[in-house]
Design a protein around this ligand. Structure first.
Ligand code: ADP
Length: 489
C-alpha cells in the first residue's frame, strides 16, 4: 500500500511531543513490513536539518490556492532515518513556516490549513496517488475536507483518509475566514453536521471537520477513545464522536524500540537489558554524577515531561518535596511554555540549588531524557488527562517503574502492583485515581516503600515492565487493517 503521513511533527526533525514519536514509529514499522510510506511536513526554519539526509528539490513551482490568488511553494525531499520525507517550503510574505517554533502563533489555523492545502496541491501536481493519507491532529483536519470537497474531482478520487486524534485539548477553533482562504463554501460547511463548532456556532472547528470527512478516525488508546465519547475530556466533541462511532476506535500507540532500547542506546552510560540488569546501577551512578546528586542508598524518582497543565503541574511540584521527605532522590527534566508554570519550577529550582538529593533541569534535552530513563528507579506521571502517554512505556522498557494517574493510555498500560486484577507477572507499576496530593502519595509512597523494604519485589516489578511488548508491531497491524478496510480496491 502507498501511505502518506500528513503531520505537523515527525521525530527527530520536528518534534514537540508524542505526535512526533507516533509518526516516526508507525511509519518505520509500516515501511519495515514492505509498504511504501512517505511523510509530508512544513519546511520549518527550526527543522533539525542535521538529521535530514540528501535534501533535494523535488517539485519546484508549486502554486497553492490562497484566497483569490496562489502562493508559490517548493517541495523538497530528504531521508529522515531512512524514511522519505517531503517538506513544503512556502514563499509567502507571511513567513508561514519561519517562526522559530512549530506551534504557538495566533495565525496557526492559517499556517496549518495552508499546509493542508499544499499537501493536496502537491499530490495533484506531481501525479502522486496515495491509497491512504494518514492525517493527524487539527493541523491536518482540513485535508479530508478539501479532498472530498475539491480534490476528488481533480484526480484524487481513489485516495482515502485515516485521521488520528492525539489530544482533544487542541481542536483548531478558528473563524470561517480559513474556509474562504482555501476556496471552500462557508455556507455549505458552517452547519452542525460539518465544521461548525458544537459550543460556538460562529467558530469553525478544524478537528471536527477532520472527524466528519475522514473515512476512519482513531485515537491513541482505547481508554481515551471511551473518555472522549463519554466524558468532558471530549471538550465538546463527545456527541460528534458518538455519532461517528461506526468509524471510530482507539489504537494504543507503540514506542520506537530502536530509538528506545537500553541494550543499544548511545546516549546512556552503560548498555543493559533483562540479563544485564546491573548495567542499570551504572547509569544511576552516571545520572547522579551528571546532575550533582550524592551517592546514597536511595531510589531516584524522576519526571520527564512537558510542563503543561495537562500533565498535573501541582502534583509534579508536590512529588519533589514528597520524594525527598520519604528518603528518595528526585530529578526533573521539563520544559514549560506558559510563563506562570515556568516561574513555579524556576522557584523550585532555586530553592533546591546544591541540594544533595534533588535536581531540576528546565528545558528540552533529548539526550538527558535517555539517561534519566536509564538511571532512575521510578517515574511519576500524574496527568489530568493523557491520551496515550509514551513516557510510561519508554520508562518501563528501561526498567524504571511508573507511578501514574488512572486516565487514558496510562490506565491501558500500567497495572498496579497491589490492586490490579492482572496476573502478578503483568503488574508493572503503581496507579492512583484522585487528582490530589493524597492520591499521588498513596501510589508514590507504596513505590518508595517497596524499593526500601522489599528490593527483590521491586526488582520483579522492574522486570515485568521490561518484558512488556509495547513495540509498534501490533498497533501497526491494527492500522493496516483499518487502511485495508477503507481503501479502494
Ligand atoms: P506528550 O506528547 O503529551 O508530550 P508523551 O508521553 O506522549 O507526552 O510523549 C512525551 C515525549 O517527549 C517522550 O518521548 C519524552 O521522553 C519526551 N519529552 C518530554 N519532555 C521532554 C524534555 N523536557 N526533554 C526531552 N524529552 C522530553
Amino acid at each position: 500500500m502507498y501511505i502518506l503521513m500528513a503531520t505537523p511533527e515527525c521525530a527527530p526533525v520536528a518534534k514537540a511531543g508524542g505526535l512526533g514519536d507516533f509518526v516516526q514509529g508507525l511509519s518505520r514499522e509500516l515501511a519495515a513490513q514492505g509498504h511504501q510510506v512517505e511523510i509530508i511536513l512544513p519546511k520549518y526554519d527550526c527543522l533539525r536539518y542535521d538529521r535530514v539526509e540528501d535534501m533535494t528539490l523535488e517539485h519546484p513551482d508549486l502554486w497553492v490556492p490562497f484566497f483569490d490568488r496562489a502562493v508559490h511553494c517548493d517541495v523538497e525531499v530528504g531521508l529522515v532515518d531512512g524514511l522519505r520525507c517531503y517538506f513544503i517550503d512556502a514563499h509567502s510574505e507571511h513567513g508561514f513556516f519561519n517562526r522559530g517554533a512549530i506551534y504557538g502563533d495566533a495565525d496557526d489555523p492559517d499556517r496549518f490549513t495552508f499546509f493542508s492545502h499544499a499537501i493536496l496541491a502537491f499530490l495533484v501536481a506531481s501525479g502522486r496517488r496515495p491509497d491512504i493519507i494518514h492525517c493527524n491532529e487539527w493541523q491536518t483536519g482540513l485535508v479530508p475536507v478539501l479532498l472530498f470537497e475539491r480534490y476528488t474531482a481533480l484526480g484524487l478520487d481513489k485516495t482515502r483518509v485515516c485521521y488520528s486524534l492525539h489530544n482533544l485539548g487542541h481542536q483548531g477553533w478558528t473563524t470561517p475566514k480559513v474556509l474562504e482562504m482555501n476556496g471552500l463554501d462557508v455556507g455549505r460547511l458552517m452547519v452542525p453536521d460539518r465544521l461548525q463548532d458544537p459550543g460556538n456556532p460562529q467558530a469553525v472547528n478544524l478537528m471536527k471537520g477532520g472527524i466528519v470527512f475522514s473515512n476512519f478516525v482513531t485515537t491513541v488508546s482505547p481508554r481515551y477513545a471511551w473518555e472522549i465519547q463519554h466524558t468532558d475530556q471530549g471538550v465538546g466533541l463527545q456527541g460528534v464522536l458518538r455519532d461517528q462511532d461506526r468509524k471510530f476506535g482507539g489504537v494504543l500507540n507503540g514506542i520506537d524500540t530502536t530509538t528506545w532500547n537500553p541494550a543499544t542506546d548511545p546516549f546512556i552510560a552503560t548498555n543493559y537489558d533483562l540479563e544485564r540488569l546491573p548495567g542499570k546501577a551504572e547509569n544511576k551512578a552516571a545520572l547522579r554524577e551528571r546532575l550533582g546528586l550524592v551517592d546514597a542508598p536511595k531510589p531516584i524518582v524522576a519526571v520527564v515531561s512537558r510542563l503543561d497543565r495537562q500533565k498535573g503541574i501541582d502534583l509534579i511540584r508536590h512529588s519533589i518535596d514528597y520524594s525527598v521527605e520519604q528518603g528518595a532522590q528526585f530529578v526533573l527534566l521539563g520544559s514549560a511554555q506558559e510563563p506562570a508554570i515556568n516561574a513555579i519550577f524556576w522557584d523550585a529550582k532555586q530553592s533546591l540549588a546544591d541540594h544533595p538529593d534533588a535536581h531540576l533541569e528546565l528545558g528540552y534535552d533529548e539526550e538527558l531524557a535517555h539517561l534519566i530513563y536509564a538511571g532512575a528507579d521510578m517515574i511519576v506521571i500524574p496527568s489530568v488527562y493523557e491520551p496515550c502517554g509514551l513516557t510510561q512505556m519508554i520508562a518501563m522498557r528501561y526498567g524504571c517503574v511508573p507511578i501514574v494517574r488512572r486516565v487514558g493510555g496510562l490506565a491501558d498500560t500500567v497495572f498496579d502492583a497491589n490492586y490490579s486484577d492482572r496476573p502478578y507477572e503483568e503488574r508493572n507499576g503503581y496507579v492512583f485515581d484522585e487528582l490530589t496530593f493524597e492520591g499521588l502519595e498513596s501510589a508514590l509512597g507504596r513505590a518508595i516503600g517497596l524499593w526500601q523494604q522489599h528490593p527483590d519485589h521491586f526488582r520483579q516489578l522492574r522486570l515485568n515492565g521490561m518484558r512488556m511488548d509495547n513495540s509498534w508491531a501490533r498497533p501497526a497491524q491494527d492500522y493496516l487493517n483499518i487502511y485495508q478496510h477503507i481503501r479502494v480496491r
